[in-house]
Design a protein around this ligand. Sequence first.
Ligand code: CMP
Length: 140
Amino acid sequence: MLTLAIIKPDAVESGLAGKIIAHLEAQGFVVRAVRMTRLSKSQAQAFYEVHRERAFFGSLMEYMTSGPCVPMVLERDDAVSHLRTAIGATDPAEAADGTIRKLYAESKERNAIHASDSPENALQEIGFFFSGAELGLSAG
Ligand code: CMP
């Protein structure tokens, strides 16, 4: 099964992308596609559309467009739930020991990594960043 992760601008800026990928690979995830990109405001708004009415939306847009991020497609058995477990709670103060957010996140907003929250959203979020050709699904 595939899922989507995004190493967020705070972690990229802090030079943690390699450590986070190594952490995920050590937990059995295989990187199927990866790229570095800086989200435009409209891309960030579209990706986080579900949060548009939240008080933190403006701040989240500032943060997610503040620098490059690293979206990637990860494969593992039961990838969506295993990745949610591996990254930990949204707020690093509440994240379990050994999780990526506990190890590397700065705050509830600047929380180092995003992971899809359901298999349906994983497919949609993978399609947001990657084409079938980039996933090796066609000759491109
Ligand atoms: P993510 O898993 O990408 O989903 C939505 C993001 O909004 C979340 O990670 C955080 O970066 C941010 N977020 C969620 N809740 C809050 C909050 N209460 N205050 C600020 N940012 C938040």
